[in-house]
Design a binder for this molecule. Structure first.
Ligand code: DMJ
Length: 591
């Protein structure tokens, strides 16, 4: 209860106040001088305070000294405790700055992104391993967003069919065709997407082209890795889905010819193979093969052996992984070049989870899963490598501490704060590992990286990511920036791929919303009358068009978007399938 000072204070009640009263005793003088109770408006509190002062004054000098000493000791102890806690917090903070989570803050953005934290904090549901092996049935789109993606696929396929049928790529702006390996790449790479989308007509016309036209006898060099992931992988998936022996026969013929790549002194594959002459060699510009290329054929060669009953394919490809397992590494991290003659890495080559390094790490985990988690060294190498990523490559940007994965430069091994869009495959792979029992911090890293990848889209007026993003490590206004030379966009899949993994594993629909934003940008900027085109500069409000439709746009980007927008998270069930680096699902085996 509050009453007015004049009514309530004992001093006033007694007709005295500290300006005009002549105090009697010394104690009264002291009481007046130290009377803090003037700010208290309660009788009881005031009188107990006066009692306390009276008692205090009654204490001897010795007793008062003891009380003072006890107080000093208590205060000293409290100060010491507080300062050590403060120091611990700061130590932990600098440790955390390496990788561990901190609340994500938004950078200044041209468009408003959908916030991450609220979405990400949903509990992770670890998917349960199931044993059944029946093939999936695909009944077509069930949501409006899926219908929109199917329309995009049909549009791309139609443009390709009209202007580039049987060639590797469509140039959708000029309406021309272009060839790389002359293997009808867009048809072969995109065919299982048509199957998954329930597009029977497109699937049948593509299949007929493969029956009639796809041959491997031309005297022409192809890239061993690209043809393995795009063509061999696709043939095996289509065989698995349809059980049509034609696909397996084509796969066996191709696999047989690709085996020439393993004919090096070390067994580490050469980069180029002539499918017609069955001769393989290093690229013209180097003696070296690319590490990610020679380690990203094992899922396909193993599946070819399992489907055909011929072990030679799996044996040759597994031997590569085993050899690389034996090589010294930097805490599991590998240089991006390897010599097929000596079987050794190029010392001090760049270390990166982007171009030429990425899928080495991806296939360690996926091979382990493909073989029913029975090959321990693959898991060991993966675990060590991810620890190496945390130790040497994962850093936080300034000022908002976004987690990103940088590189170690060739030669000096100095840290380079740049991240390829290709690296955005990593959140999906980390989440897949976590869903299969790997540590919680892998998932935390996945969540944070996925958000950083999202920001690489949201930071541009086109809401599309550049090929390479650079990060500031100290005293900057923006966390990330894009150099003009790196500002192109090839309609790559890695971010939407990771969104799909995270969606299937967590059920969190915010990942669908992020994907929908990206899809709308693709529709707005990349769609042209004859298909979808790569873009020259995502920093522009009107990005220039590059006149190229990459095959992975149909094989991967549209496939992952279609899967992402499904209400049924398990159209392709990660308990049963391992997805190759070009988005072709292959069955998981027991060993
Ligand atoms: C695809 O061809 C494959 O995913 C490859 O492993 C690297 N990335 C491209 C698409 O970006």
């Amino acid at each position: 209860m509050k009453v007015s000072l004049a009514q309530s204070h004992p001093v006033y009640k007694e007709g005295r106040h500290h300006h005009g009263v002549t105090p009697g005793s010394m104690q009264e003088k002291w009481n007046l001088k130290h009377d803090t109770s003037i700010f208290i408006t309660d009788h009881t509190q005031a009188s107990s305070h006066r009692k306390f002062l009276r008692r205090w004054n009654q204490l001897s000098r010795l007793q008062r000294s003891i009380v003072y000493a006890v107080l000093v000791i208590i205060i000293t102890v409290l100060v010491l405790l507080y300062s050590s806690k403060f120091r611990d917090e700061n130590v932990n903070k600098s440790d955390k700055d390496k990788v561990d989570p901190e609340p994500v803050k938004n950078v200044s953005l041209v468009k408003e992104p959908i916030a991450a934290p609220a979405a990400i904090v949903q509990p992770v549901k670890t998917i349960i391993k199931s044993e059944h092996n029946e093939r999936p049935t695909f009944t077509g789109p069930t949501t409006e967003r899926q219908v929109a993606v199917v329309q995009s696929f049909k549009h791309a396929w139609k443009g390709y069919k009209e202007h580039a049928w049987g060639h590797d790529n469509l140039k959708p702006v000029s309406g021309m065709a272009s060839d790389w390996f002359s293997l009808g790449l867009t048809i072969v790479d995109g065919l299982d997407t048509a199957y998954i989308m329930g597009l029977k007509q497109e699937f049948e016309e593509g299949k007929q082209w493969i029956i009639d036209q796809l041959i491997f006898t031309k005297n022409k060099d192809v890239n061993f890795f690209e043809v393995t992931i795009r063509v061999l992988g696709a043939l095996l998936t289509n065989y698995h889905f349809t059980q049509d022996e034609m696909f397996l026969e084509k796969a066996k013929d191709l696999g047989d010819r690709l085996m020439a790549a393993f004919s090096s002194p070390s067994g580490i594959p050469y980069s180029d193979v002539n499918l017609g002459t069955r001769m393989a060699h290093a690229p013209e510009w180097s003696h070296y093969s690319t590490t990610a290329e020679v380690t990203t054929v094992q899922l396909e060669f193993r599946e070819l052996s399992r489907a055909s009953g011929n072990p030679v394919f799996e044996d040759a490809a597994s031997a590569v992984s085993e050899k690389i397992h034996q090589l010294p590494k930097k805490h599991g991290l590998v240089p991006i070049f390897i010599n097929p003659n000596t079987g050794h890495f190029l010392p001090h080559a760049t270390i990166t989870l982007g171009a030429r390094g990425d899928s080495y790490y991806e296939y360690l985990l996926k091979q382990w899963l493909q073989t029913g988690k029975t090959i321990n060294y693959l898991l060991d190498d993966y675990m060590t490598a991810i620890e190496g990523v945390r130790e040497f490559l994962a850093k936080r940007s300034s000022p908002n501490k976004h987690l990103f994965i940088g590189e170690l430069s060739a030669g000096s091994e100095s840290f380079n704060p740049k991240m390829d869009h290709l690296t955005c495959f990593l959140p999906g792979t980390l989440a897949l590992g976590h869903a299969n029992g790997l540590p919680d911090w892998h998932m935390k890293m996945a969540e944070e990286l996925l958000y950083t990848c999202y920001l690489t889209y949201a930071a541009h007026p086109s809401f599309l990511a550049p090929e390479i993003t650079h990060f500031n490590l100290a005293s900057a206004t923006d966390d990330m920036y894009t150099k003009t030379a790196d500002s192109h966009n090839l309609l790559r899949p890695e971010f939407v791929e990771s969104l799909w993994y995270m969606y299937q594993i967590t059920g969190n629909t915010t990942f669908q919303d992020w994907g929908w934003q990206i899809f709308q940008s693709l529709e707005k900027y990349a769609k042209v009358p004859n298909g979808y085109t790569s873009l020259a500069n995502v920093k522009s409000e009107k990005p220039l068009q590059r006149d190229m439709m990459e095959t992975f746009f149909l094989s991967e980007t549209l496939k992952y978007l279609y899967l992402l927008f499904s209400d049924d998270r398990y159209i392709i069930d990660l308990n049963k399938y391992v997805i190759n680096s070009e988005a072709h699902p292959l069955p998981i085996h027991k060993n």
